[in-house]
Design a binder for this molecule. Sequence first.
Ligand SMILES: Nc1ncnc2c1ncn2[C@@H]1O[C@H](COP(=O)(O)OP(=O)(O)OP(=O)(O)O)[C@@H](O)[C@H]1O
Length: 551
Amino acid sequence: MSSIKTNSLGLIVLNAEQHICFALGLGTDSHIQQEVLTLKRPSSFTPEKASLNTIHITVNEVTIPYVCISLSSEDMQIIFIREAKTEHELVDFIAAVPFALPILNYFVSSPHIALSVANHKGEISYLSTSNEAYWQLSRGEAINQSAKTVIPNSRLHEVAKSGVAELAQLQVLDGESRIVNRIPIRQEGKVVGAIGQLVFTEPKEFANMREQLKTYEKTVANLKKQIQPALSLIIGESPPIQRIKREILTISNLDVSVLILGNSGTGKELVAKAIHEATHGHQDKPMISLNLAAIPTTLIEAELFGYEPGAFTGGKKEGQKGKFEEAEGGTLFLDEVGDIPLEIQLKLLRVLEDRTIQKIGSNKTKKVNFRLITATHRNIQELIEAGKFRLDLFYRISGVTLRLPALQQRLEDIPLLVPHFIQNFCRRNNLPTPCCSPSIYRYLAQKEWPGNIRQLKQKIEEALVFCDSKELLIENFERGAPFEMVPSASTTSLDHKIDAEYSQPKPIKQIEYHAIVEAIQRFQGHKSKAAKSLGISRSYLYKILKLYEKD
Ligand SMILES: Nc1ncnc2c1ncn2[C@@H]1O[C@H](COP(=O)(O)OP(=O)(O)OP(=O)(O)O)[C@@H](O)[C@H]1O
Protein backbone atom coordinates (compact mmCIF):
# COMPACT_ATOMS: atom_id res chain seq x y z
CA MET A 1 0.00 0.00 0.00
CA SER A 2 1.54 3.32 -1.01
CA SER A 3 -0.85 5.51 0.94
CA ILE A 4 -3.70 5.20 3.38
CA LYS A 5 -7.07 6.64 2.69
CA THR A 6 -7.66 9.68 4.78
CA ASN A 7 -10.93 11.59 5.21
CA SER A 8 -12.70 8.43 6.08
CA LEU A 9 -13.68 6.38 9.03
CA GLY A 10 -12.93 2.84 9.90
CA LEU A 11 -14.30 0.02 12.01
CA ILE A 12 -12.63 -3.12 13.33
CA VAL A 13 -14.41 -5.80 15.36
CA LEU A 14 -12.27 -8.21 17.41
CA ASN A 15 -13.49 -11.44 18.96
CA ALA A 16 -12.61 -12.73 22.43
CA GLU A 17 -9.35 -14.20 21.08
CA GLN A 18 -8.36 -10.82 19.66
CA HIS A 19 -8.85 -11.90 16.07
CA ILE A 20 -10.29 -9.51 13.56
CA CYS A 21 -13.67 -10.80 12.60
CA PHE A 22 -14.95 -7.71 10.77
CA ALA A 23 -13.33 -4.65 9.18
CA LEU A 24 -14.70 -1.66 7.31
CA GLY A 25 -13.23 1.51 5.63
CA LEU A 26 -9.92 2.46 7.24
CA GLY A 27 -10.19 -0.76 9.24
CA THR A 28 -9.35 -2.77 6.15
CA ASP A 29 -5.89 -1.19 5.86
CA SER A 30 -3.21 -3.67 6.96
CA HIS A 31 -0.99 -1.00 8.61
CA ILE A 32 -3.88 0.16 10.68
CA GLN A 33 -4.92 -3.38 11.58
CA GLN A 34 -1.35 -4.11 12.69
CA GLU A 35 -1.26 -1.05 15.00
CA VAL A 36 -4.76 -1.64 16.33
CA LEU A 37 -3.84 -5.19 17.36
CA THR A 38 -1.00 -3.79 19.51
CA LEU A 39 -3.48 -1.75 21.55
CA LYS A 40 -4.22 -3.12 24.96
CA ARG A 41 -7.65 -4.38 25.62
CA PRO A 42 -9.14 -1.78 27.97
CA SER A 43 -9.56 -2.87 31.50
CA SER A 44 -9.00 0.25 33.50
CA PHE A 45 -12.31 1.91 32.71
CA THR A 46 -14.73 -0.84 33.55
CA PRO A 47 -17.68 -0.91 33.69
CA GLU A 48 -17.69 1.40 30.68
CA LYS A 49 -14.90 -0.63 29.11
CA ALA A 50 -14.24 2.20 26.78
CA SER A 51 -10.90 3.62 25.84
CA LEU A 52 -9.44 6.33 23.68
CA ASN A 53 -6.15 5.71 21.91
CA THR A 54 -4.02 7.18 19.24
CA ILE A 55 -2.07 5.17 16.69
CA HIS A 56 0.49 6.66 14.32
CA ILE A 57 1.03 5.13 10.89
CA THR A 58 4.06 6.12 8.79
CA VAL A 59 3.87 5.52 5.08
CA ASN A 60 6.34 7.07 2.62
CA GLU A 61 7.88 9.02 5.53
CA VAL A 62 4.56 10.66 6.29
CA THR A 63 3.18 9.98 9.75
CA ILE A 64 -0.53 10.31 10.30
CA PRO A 65 -2.20 10.04 13.71
CA TYR A 66 -5.47 8.16 14.02
CA VAL A 67 -7.84 8.23 16.96
CA CYS A 68 -9.31 4.92 18.05
CA ILE A 69 -12.34 4.70 20.28
CA SER A 70 -12.76 1.25 21.66
CA LEU A 71 -15.82 -0.28 23.32
CA SER A 72 -15.46 -3.72 24.87
CA SER A 73 -17.75 -6.42 26.09
CA GLU A 74 -16.87 -9.90 27.41
CA ASP A 75 -16.61 -11.45 23.97
CA MET A 76 -16.10 -8.57 21.63
CA GLN A 77 -14.22 -5.30 21.11
CA ILE A 78 -15.42 -2.69 18.62
CA ILE A 79 -12.88 -0.09 17.54
CA PHE A 80 -13.86 3.08 15.67
CA ILE A 81 -11.02 4.75 13.81
CA ARG A 82 -10.75 8.23 12.41
CA GLU A 83 -7.90 10.40 11.26
CA ALA A 84 -6.82 12.78 13.97
CA LYS A 85 -5.58 15.51 11.66
CA THR A 86 -8.74 17.54 11.83
CA GLU A 87 -7.52 20.65 13.58
CA HIS A 88 -10.37 20.07 15.94
CA GLU A 89 -9.12 20.85 19.43
CA LEU A 90 -10.68 17.83 21.10
CA VAL A 91 -9.51 15.36 18.47
CA ASP A 92 -6.05 16.92 18.49
CA PHE A 93 -6.01 16.60 22.26
CA ILE A 94 -7.00 12.94 22.13
CA ALA A 95 -4.44 12.31 19.40
CA ALA A 96 -1.66 14.01 21.33
CA VAL A 97 -2.29 12.64 24.80
CA PRO A 98 -2.18 8.89 25.28
CA PHE A 99 -4.13 9.23 28.53
CA ALA A 100 -6.81 11.54 27.19
CA LEU A 101 -9.69 9.51 28.55
CA PRO A 102 -8.48 9.57 32.18
CA ILE A 103 -8.20 13.35 31.82
CA LEU A 104 -11.73 13.70 30.48
CA ASN A 105 -12.89 11.34 33.14
CA TYR A 106 -11.18 13.50 35.77
CA PHE A 107 -13.23 16.52 34.74
CA VAL A 108 -16.49 14.78 35.42
CA SER A 109 -15.49 12.83 38.49
CA SER A 110 -13.02 15.13 40.26
CA PRO A 111 -13.77 15.60 43.94
CA HIS A 112 -12.22 19.09 43.71
CA ILE A 113 -14.27 20.44 40.83
CA ALA A 114 -18.02 20.06 40.80
CA LEU A 115 -19.24 20.10 37.21
CA SER A 116 -22.72 21.03 36.09
CA VAL A 117 -24.15 21.25 32.61
CA ALA A 118 -27.33 23.08 31.65
CA ASN A 119 -29.09 23.13 28.31
CA HIS A 120 -30.11 26.33 26.51
CA LYS A 121 -33.30 26.47 28.60
CA GLY A 122 -31.23 26.48 31.77
CA GLU A 123 -32.26 22.96 32.74
CA ILE A 124 -29.69 20.65 34.24
CA SER A 125 -28.46 18.02 31.78
CA TYR A 126 -25.72 16.71 33.97
CA LEU A 127 -24.32 17.07 37.48
CA SER A 128 -21.06 15.36 38.41
CA THR A 129 -21.21 13.06 41.40
CA SER A 130 -19.17 15.44 43.56
CA ASN A 131 -21.67 18.15 42.71
CA GLU A 132 -24.60 15.93 43.58
CA ALA A 133 -22.93 15.00 46.83
CA TYR A 134 -22.29 18.66 47.61
CA TRP A 135 -25.96 19.57 47.11
CA GLN A 136 -27.08 16.32 48.75
CA LEU A 137 -28.88 15.04 45.66
CA SER A 138 -29.28 11.46 44.63
CA ARG A 139 -27.81 10.31 41.33
CA GLY A 140 -29.66 11.96 38.45
CA GLU A 141 -32.17 13.70 40.71
CA ALA A 142 -31.43 17.13 39.25
CA ILE A 143 -31.69 16.17 35.58
CA ASN A 144 -34.21 18.29 33.63
CA GLN A 145 -34.82 20.57 36.57
CA SER A 146 -34.15 24.29 36.31
CA ALA A 147 -30.58 25.12 37.40
CA LYS A 148 -31.78 27.93 39.67
CA THR A 149 -34.04 25.61 41.64
CA VAL A 150 -31.36 22.92 42.04
CA ILE A 151 -28.36 25.12 42.89
CA PRO A 152 -28.83 28.11 45.19
CA ASN A 153 -27.42 31.33 43.66
CA SER A 154 -26.94 29.53 40.34
CA ARG A 155 -26.49 31.73 37.30
CA LEU A 156 -26.01 28.88 34.86
CA HIS A 157 -29.41 29.54 33.29
CA GLU A 158 -28.38 33.19 32.77
CA VAL A 159 -25.12 32.21 31.09
CA ALA A 160 -26.93 29.64 28.92
CA LYS A 161 -29.24 32.49 27.88
CA SER A 162 -26.75 35.35 27.50
CA GLY A 163 -23.78 33.40 26.14
CA VAL A 164 -21.50 35.57 28.31
CA ALA A 165 -18.93 33.71 30.39
CA GLU A 166 -18.55 34.47 34.10
CA LEU A 167 -15.07 33.53 35.15
CA ALA A 168 -13.43 33.19 38.56
CA GLN A 169 -16.45 34.46 40.48
CA LEU A 170 -16.39 34.24 44.24
CA GLN A 171 -19.31 32.39 45.73
CA VAL A 172 -19.77 32.36 49.48
CA LEU A 173 -22.06 29.66 50.80
CA ASP A 174 -22.47 28.84 54.47
CA GLY A 175 -19.42 30.94 55.25
CA GLU A 176 -17.21 28.92 52.87
CA SER A 177 -15.93 30.56 49.75
CA ARG A 178 -15.64 28.87 46.37
CA ILE A 179 -14.51 29.92 42.95
CA VAL A 180 -17.03 29.46 40.17
CA ASN A 181 -16.63 29.51 36.40
CA ARG A 182 -19.72 29.57 34.21
CA ILE A 183 -19.00 29.07 30.54
CA PRO A 184 -21.46 29.14 27.65
CA ILE A 185 -21.19 26.23 25.18
CA ARG A 186 -21.69 26.88 21.47
CA GLN A 187 -22.41 24.54 18.63
CA GLU A 188 -22.26 25.87 15.11
CA GLY A 189 -22.24 29.38 16.51
CA LYS A 190 -25.35 28.94 18.62
CA VAL A 191 -25.34 28.81 22.42
CA VAL A 192 -26.64 25.35 23.27
CA GLY A 193 -26.05 25.41 27.00
CA ALA A 194 -23.55 26.23 29.72
CA ILE A 195 -21.19 24.42 32.00
CA GLY A 196 -20.46 25.38 35.56
CA GLN A 197 -17.31 24.53 37.46
CA LEU A 198 -17.36 24.99 41.19
CA VAL A 199 -13.78 24.84 42.45
CA PHE A 200 -13.89 23.72 46.04
CA THR A 201 -10.38 24.72 47.00
CA GLU A 202 -9.82 28.42 47.14
CA PRO A 203 -6.29 29.55 46.18
CA LYS A 204 -4.29 30.28 49.32
CA GLU A 205 -3.33 33.80 48.25
CA PHE A 206 -6.95 34.51 47.56
CA ALA A 207 -7.98 33.27 50.99
CA ASN A 208 -5.27 35.45 52.56
CA MET A 209 -6.42 38.44 50.56
CA ARG A 210 -9.98 37.85 51.65
CA GLU A 211 -8.92 37.68 55.28
CA GLN A 212 -7.00 40.91 54.82
CA LEU A 213 -9.99 42.49 53.15
CA LYS A 214 -12.15 41.52 56.12
CA THR A 215 -9.75 43.34 58.46
CA TYR A 216 -9.78 46.41 56.20
CA GLU A 217 -13.56 46.31 56.07
CA LYS A 218 -13.68 46.23 59.86
CA THR A 219 -11.27 49.17 60.09
CA VAL A 220 -13.30 51.17 57.56
CA ALA A 221 -16.54 50.35 59.41
CA ASN A 222 -14.96 51.49 62.69
CA LEU A 223 -13.67 54.67 61.08
CA LYS A 224 -17.10 55.34 59.63
CA LYS A 225 -18.70 54.79 63.02
CA GLN A 226 -16.28 57.28 64.46
CA ILE A 227 -16.44 59.83 61.64
CA GLN A 228 -20.14 59.83 60.84
CA PRO A 229 -21.28 61.19 64.23
CA ALA A 230 -18.55 63.83 63.96
CA LEU A 231 -19.79 64.96 60.55
CA SER A 232 -23.42 64.80 61.62
CA LEU A 233 -22.71 67.82 63.83
CA ILE A 234 -22.55 69.86 60.67
CA ILE A 235 -26.00 70.26 59.18
CA GLY A 236 -26.18 70.89 55.45
CA GLU A 237 -25.84 69.14 52.14
CA SER A 238 -25.07 72.10 49.85
CA PRO A 239 -22.00 71.68 47.61
CA PRO A 240 -19.77 73.96 49.77
CA ILE A 241 -20.75 72.05 52.92
CA GLN A 242 -20.17 68.70 51.21
CA ARG A 243 -16.73 69.95 50.23
CA ILE A 244 -16.02 70.96 53.85
CA LYS A 245 -17.13 67.52 55.07
CA ARG A 246 -14.86 65.82 52.54
CA GLU A 247 -11.98 68.03 53.64
CA ILE A 248 -12.63 67.17 57.31
CA LEU A 249 -12.43 63.48 56.45
CA THR A 250 -9.12 64.00 54.68
CA ILE A 251 -7.69 66.06 57.51
CA SER A 252 -8.91 63.68 60.20
CA ASN A 253 -6.10 61.23 59.53
CA LEU A 254 -3.34 63.71 58.90
CA ASP A 255 -1.05 65.27 61.44
CA VAL A 256 -1.45 68.85 60.21
CA SER A 257 -2.41 72.16 61.73
CA VAL A 258 -5.67 73.60 60.44
CA LEU A 259 -6.64 77.22 59.91
CA ILE A 260 -10.37 77.84 59.54
CA LEU A 261 -11.39 81.06 57.85
CA GLY A 262 -14.93 82.33 57.61
CA ASN A 263 -17.24 85.11 58.59
CA SER A 264 -18.70 85.36 62.05
CA GLY A 265 -21.19 82.61 62.86
CA THR A 266 -20.39 80.40 59.87
CA GLY A 267 -19.58 77.44 62.11
CA LYS A 268 -15.79 77.63 62.51
CA GLU A 269 -15.85 76.29 66.06
CA LEU A 270 -18.28 73.56 65.05
CA VAL A 271 -15.96 72.46 62.25
CA ALA A 272 -13.03 72.44 64.68
CA LYS A 273 -15.09 70.13 66.94
CA ALA A 274 -15.91 67.88 64.01
CA ILE A 275 -12.22 67.60 63.07
CA HIS A 276 -11.37 66.73 66.66
CA GLU A 277 -14.14 64.12 66.87
CA ALA A 278 -13.23 62.60 63.52
CA THR A 279 -9.52 62.34 64.28
CA HIS A 280 -8.53 58.79 65.01
CA GLY A 281 -7.67 58.38 68.68
CA HIS A 282 -8.82 61.87 69.66
CA GLN A 283 -12.39 61.04 70.78
CA ASP A 284 -11.33 60.34 74.36
CA LYS A 285 -8.72 63.09 74.34
CA PRO A 286 -9.40 66.71 75.30
CA MET A 287 -10.36 69.50 72.95
CA ILE A 288 -9.35 72.75 74.61
CA SER A 289 -10.71 76.00 73.20
CA LEU A 290 -9.52 79.51 73.84
CA ASN A 291 -11.00 82.63 72.30
CA LEU A 292 -8.04 84.96 71.99
CA ALA A 293 -10.22 88.02 71.38
CA ALA A 294 -12.15 87.44 74.58
CA ILE A 295 -9.26 87.66 77.06
CA PRO A 296 -7.10 90.65 77.91
CA THR A 297 -3.73 90.65 76.12
CA THR A 298 -1.90 90.53 79.42
CA LEU A 299 -3.54 87.26 80.32
CA ILE A 300 -3.11 85.42 77.02
CA GLU A 301 0.39 84.20 77.82
CA ALA A 302 -0.65 82.93 81.26
CA GLU A 303 -3.68 81.18 79.73
CA LEU A 304 -1.60 79.47 77.07
CA PHE A 305 1.55 78.60 79.01
CA GLY A 306 0.23 78.39 82.57
CA TYR A 307 2.24 79.62 85.54
CA GLU A 308 3.99 78.41 88.66
CA PRO A 309 2.66 79.34 92.17
CA GLY A 310 3.53 82.94 92.97
CA ALA A 311 4.69 83.64 89.43
CA PHE A 312 2.91 86.99 89.39
CA THR A 313 0.71 89.08 91.62
CA GLY A 314 -2.95 88.35 91.11
CA GLY A 315 -2.28 84.77 89.94
CA LYS A 316 -3.75 81.74 91.69
CA LYS A 317 -1.78 80.64 94.74
CA GLU A 318 -1.43 77.10 93.47
CA GLY A 319 -0.41 78.18 89.96
CA GLN A 320 -2.21 77.06 86.80
CA LYS A 321 -1.86 74.63 83.93
CA GLY A 322 -1.77 76.28 80.52
CA LYS A 323 -3.99 75.40 77.54
CA PHE A 324 -1.01 73.85 75.70
CA GLU A 325 -0.64 71.34 78.52
CA GLU A 326 -4.37 70.78 78.95
CA ALA A 327 -4.70 69.86 75.29
CA GLU A 328 -2.08 67.11 75.63
CA GLY A 329 -2.80 64.28 73.17
CA GLY A 330 -5.84 66.09 71.77
CA THR A 331 -6.74 69.36 70.07
CA LEU A 332 -6.03 72.98 70.94
CA PHE A 333 -8.52 75.31 69.27
CA LEU A 334 -7.44 78.95 69.23
CA ASP A 335 -10.35 81.08 68.07
CA GLU A 336 -9.79 84.59 66.71
CA VAL A 337 -6.12 83.88 66.12
CA GLY A 338 -6.00 87.05 64.02
CA ASP A 339 -6.35 89.05 67.24
CA ILE A 340 -3.27 87.64 68.91
CA PRO A 341 -0.67 90.29 69.92
CA LEU A 342 2.64 90.20 68.02
CA GLU A 343 4.77 89.30 71.06
CA ILE A 344 2.56 86.28 71.79
CA GLN A 345 2.70 85.32 68.11
CA LEU A 346 6.47 84.85 68.43
CA LYS A 347 6.04 82.74 71.58
CA LEU A 348 3.36 80.63 69.91
CA LEU A 349 5.62 80.15 66.90
CA ARG A 350 8.40 78.83 69.16
CA VAL A 351 6.06 76.34 70.80
CA LEU A 352 4.89 75.11 67.43
CA GLU A 353 8.46 74.73 66.21
CA ASP A 354 10.00 73.12 69.30
CA ARG A 355 6.92 71.44 70.70
CA THR A 356 8.11 72.45 74.15
CA ILE A 357 6.72 74.95 76.64
CA GLN A 358 7.98 76.71 79.70
CA LYS A 359 5.46 77.77 82.34
CA ILE A 360 5.68 81.38 83.51
CA GLY A 361 7.93 81.42 86.55
CA SER A 362 9.52 78.07 85.73
CA ASN A 363 12.92 77.30 84.25
CA LYS A 364 11.94 73.79 83.19
CA THR A 365 10.76 72.95 79.69
CA LYS A 366 8.09 70.37 78.97
CA LYS A 367 7.25 68.51 75.76
CA VAL A 368 3.74 69.06 74.46
CA ASN A 369 1.77 67.22 71.83
CA PHE A 370 -1.52 68.47 70.37
CA ARG A 371 -3.17 69.25 67.06
CA LEU A 372 -3.54 72.97 66.60
CA ILE A 373 -6.71 74.31 65.00
CA THR A 374 -7.02 78.06 64.66
CA ALA A 375 -9.82 80.19 63.31
CA THR A 376 -10.40 83.79 62.43
CA HIS A 377 -13.04 85.88 60.76
CA ARG A 378 -10.40 88.46 59.94
CA ASN A 379 -8.70 89.00 56.62
CA ILE A 380 -5.41 87.38 57.50
CA GLN A 381 -3.83 88.50 54.26
CA GLU A 382 -4.36 92.13 55.21
CA LEU A 383 -3.07 91.49 58.72
CA ILE A 384 0.13 90.03 57.26
CA GLU A 385 0.50 92.91 54.83
CA ALA A 386 -0.02 95.38 57.67
CA GLY A 387 2.68 93.62 59.71
CA LYS A 388 0.10 92.61 62.33
CA PHE A 389 0.44 88.92 61.73
CA ARG A 390 3.74 87.06 61.27
CA LEU A 391 4.12 85.32 57.97
CA ASP A 392 6.16 82.52 59.56
CA LEU A 393 3.40 81.91 62.09
CA PHE A 394 0.86 81.94 59.29
CA TYR A 395 2.82 79.12 57.60
CA ARG A 396 2.94 77.17 60.84
CA ILE A 397 -0.77 77.38 61.58
CA SER A 398 -2.03 76.90 58.05
CA GLY A 399 -0.94 73.34 57.25
CA VAL A 400 -4.42 73.17 55.77
CA THR A 401 -6.80 76.11 55.35
CA LEU A 402 -10.55 75.56 55.36
CA ARG A 403 -12.77 78.36 54.09
CA LEU A 404 -16.31 78.29 55.41
CA PRO A 405 -19.03 79.69 53.18
CA ALA A 406 -21.38 82.43 54.36
CA LEU A 407 -25.00 81.35 54.79
CA GLN A 408 -25.80 83.47 51.73
CA GLN A 409 -23.70 81.04 49.69
CA ARG A 410 -25.56 77.98 50.95
CA LEU A 411 -29.20 79.06 51.21
CA GLU A 412 -30.26 75.61 50.02
CA ASP A 413 -29.28 74.33 53.49
CA ILE A 414 -32.04 76.38 55.16
CA PRO A 415 -34.64 73.54 54.93
CA LEU A 416 -32.22 71.33 56.88
CA LEU A 417 -30.97 73.91 59.34
CA VAL A 418 -34.38 75.27 60.37
CA PRO A 419 -35.93 71.95 61.57
CA HIS A 420 -32.62 71.14 63.28
CA PHE A 421 -32.69 74.35 65.32
CA ILE A 422 -36.45 74.03 66.01
CA GLN A 423 -36.01 70.53 67.40
CA ASN A 424 -32.98 71.45 69.49
CA PHE A 425 -34.73 74.43 71.04
CA CYS A 426 -37.98 72.55 71.77
CA ARG A 427 -36.14 69.58 73.25
CA ARG A 428 -34.05 71.87 75.45
CA ASN A 429 -37.14 73.69 76.70
CA ASN A 430 -39.53 70.74 76.87
CA LEU A 431 -41.83 72.33 74.31
CA PRO A 432 -43.96 70.57 71.70
CA THR A 433 -42.31 70.85 68.28
CA PRO A 434 -44.38 73.00 65.91
CA CYS A 435 -44.38 72.14 62.23
CA CYS A 436 -42.77 74.40 59.73
CA SER A 437 -43.95 74.81 56.15
CA PRO A 438 -41.73 75.38 53.10
CA SER A 439 -43.09 78.95 52.91
CA ILE A 440 -41.00 79.69 56.03
CA TYR A 441 -37.87 78.41 54.27
CA ARG A 442 -38.59 80.64 51.28
CA TYR A 443 -39.22 83.60 53.57
CA LEU A 444 -35.95 83.06 55.45
CA ALA A 445 -33.97 82.50 52.25
CA GLN A 446 -34.93 86.01 51.11
CA LYS A 447 -33.37 87.64 54.16
CA GLU A 448 -29.81 88.80 54.51
CA TRP A 449 -27.74 86.93 57.03
CA PRO A 450 -24.76 89.00 58.07
CA GLY A 451 -24.53 86.93 61.25
CA ASN A 452 -24.78 83.69 59.28
CA ILE A 453 -25.87 80.45 60.97
CA ARG A 454 -25.63 81.92 64.44
CA GLN A 455 -28.07 84.65 63.43
CA LEU A 456 -30.40 82.13 61.77
CA LYS A 457 -30.40 80.04 64.93
CA GLN A 458 -31.13 83.08 67.08
CA LYS A 459 -33.96 84.19 64.77
CA ILE A 460 -35.58 80.77 64.88
CA GLU A 461 -35.36 80.54 68.65
CA GLU A 462 -36.85 84.02 68.97
CA ALA A 463 -39.72 83.08 66.62
CA LEU A 464 -40.35 79.92 68.66
CA VAL A 465 -40.81 82.06 71.76
CA PHE A 466 -43.59 83.93 69.96
CA CYS A 467 -45.10 80.82 68.42
CA ASP A 468 -48.28 79.80 70.23
CA SER A 469 -49.82 77.56 67.57
CA LYS A 470 -48.88 74.13 66.29
CA GLU A 471 -47.21 75.76 63.34
CA LEU A 472 -44.37 78.23 63.07
CA LEU A 473 -45.68 81.25 61.14
CA ILE A 474 -44.06 84.13 59.30
CA GLU A 475 -45.67 86.54 61.77
CA ASN A 476 -43.72 84.87 64.59
CA PHE A 477 -40.53 86.05 62.88
CA GLU A 478 -41.86 89.54 62.36
CA ARG A 479 -42.66 90.15 66.02
CA GLY A 480 -38.98 89.92 67.02
CA ALA A 481 -36.14 92.34 66.40
CA PRO A 482 -35.89 93.56 62.81
CA PHE A 483 -34.06 91.22 60.52
CA GLU A 484 -31.41 93.31 58.92
CA MET A 485 -29.31 93.54 62.06
CA VAL A 486 -25.88 94.19 60.71
CA PRO A 487 -22.81 93.77 62.88
CA SER A 488 -20.64 96.80 63.61
CA ALA A 489 -19.37 98.64 60.55
CA SER A 490 -15.78 97.59 61.02
CA THR A 491 -16.63 93.90 61.17
CA THR A 492 -18.92 94.18 58.16
CA SER A 493 -16.27 95.70 56.02
CA LEU A 494 -13.86 93.00 57.09
CA ASP A 495 -16.44 90.35 56.36
CA HIS A 496 -16.95 91.77 52.89
CA LYS A 497 -13.24 91.69 52.37
CA ILE A 498 -13.19 88.03 53.33
CA ASP A 499 -16.02 87.38 50.88
CA ALA A 500 -14.00 89.10 48.20
CA GLU A 501 -11.00 87.04 49.18
CA TYR A 502 -13.01 83.83 48.78
CA SER A 503 -14.28 84.71 45.38
CA GLN A 504 -10.87 85.86 44.19
CA PRO A 505 -8.17 84.21 46.25
CA LYS A 506 -4.90 86.12 46.16
CA PRO A 507 -1.88 83.96 45.34
CA ILE A 508 0.07 83.11 48.47
CA LYS A 509 3.29 84.32 46.84
CA GLN A 510 1.77 87.77 46.51
CA ILE A 511 1.02 87.83 50.24
CA GLU A 512 4.61 86.82 50.86
CA TYR A 513 5.87 89.57 48.57
CA HIS A 514 3.97 92.28 50.45
CA ALA A 515 5.14 90.95 53.80
CA ILE A 516 8.74 90.92 52.57
CA VAL A 517 8.55 94.48 51.27
CA GLU A 518 7.07 95.61 54.54
CA ALA A 519 9.76 93.81 56.57
CA ILE A 520 12.57 95.30 54.44
CA GLN A 521 11.16 98.77 55.09
CA ARG A 522 10.89 98.00 58.78
CA PHE A 523 14.56 97.01 58.90
CA GLN A 524 15.61 100.01 56.80
CA GLY A 525 16.56 97.92 53.78
CA HIS A 526 18.44 95.24 55.77
CA LYS A 527 17.35 92.11 53.86
CA SER A 528 19.00 89.52 56.13
CA LYS A 529 17.21 90.97 59.14
CA ALA A 530 13.94 91.10 57.20
CA ALA A 531 14.31 87.46 56.16
CA LYS A 532 15.17 86.42 59.71
CA SER A 533 12.17 88.28 61.14
CA LEU A 534 9.89 86.43 58.71
CA GLY A 535 11.48 83.05 59.39
CA ILE A 536 12.55 82.58 55.77
CA SER A 537 15.96 82.17 54.14
CA ARG A 538 17.68 85.05 52.33
CA SER A 539 17.64 83.12 49.07
CA TYR A 540 13.88 82.59 49.35
CA LEU A 541 13.40 86.29 50.07
CA TYR A 542 15.33 87.16 46.87
CA LYS A 543 13.35 84.59 44.90
CA ILE A 544 10.02 86.16 45.86
CA LEU A 545 11.28 89.70 45.26
CA LYS A 546 12.51 88.72 41.81
CA LEU A 547 9.20 87.09 41.02
CA TYR A 548 7.29 90.36 41.39
CA GLU A 549 9.91 92.97 40.66
CA LYS A 550 10.55 91.78 37.15
CA ASP A 551 6.92 92.65 36.16
N1 LIG B 1 -23.57 73.66 59.71
C1 LIG B 1 -24.10 73.87 60.91
N2 LIG B 1 -24.98 72.99 61.40
C2 LIG B 1 -25.52 73.17 62.61
N3 LIG B 1 -25.25 74.20 63.41
C3 LIG B 1 -24.37 75.10 62.97
C4 LIG B 1 -23.74 74.98 61.70
N4 LIG B 1 -22.90 75.99 61.55
C5 LIG B 1 -23.00 76.73 62.65
N5 LIG B 1 -23.88 76.21 63.52
C6 LIG B 1 -24.27 76.75 64.81
O1 LIG B 1 -24.18 78.18 64.70
C7 LIG B 1 -23.63 78.74 65.87
C8 LIG B 1 -22.35 79.48 65.50
O2 LIG B 1 -21.35 78.55 65.12
P1 LIG B 1 -19.82 78.71 65.53
O3 LIG B 1 -19.69 79.26 66.91
O4 LIG B 1 -19.15 77.44 65.23
O5 LIG B 1 -19.41 79.84 64.48
P2 LIG B 1 -18.04 80.61 64.37
O6 LIG B 1 -17.78 80.75 62.92
O7 LIG B 1 -17.01 79.94 65.20
O8 LIG B 1 -18.40 82.00 64.95
P3 LIG B 1 -17.40 83.16 65.48
O9 LIG B 1 -16.57 83.61 64.32
O10 LIG B 1 -18.32 84.24 65.92
O11 LIG B 1 -16.61 82.56 66.58
C9 LIG B 1 -23.37 77.61 66.81
O12 LIG B 1 -24.48 77.47 67.68
C10 LIG B 1 -23.29 76.39 65.92
O13 LIG B 1 -23.66 75.23 66.60
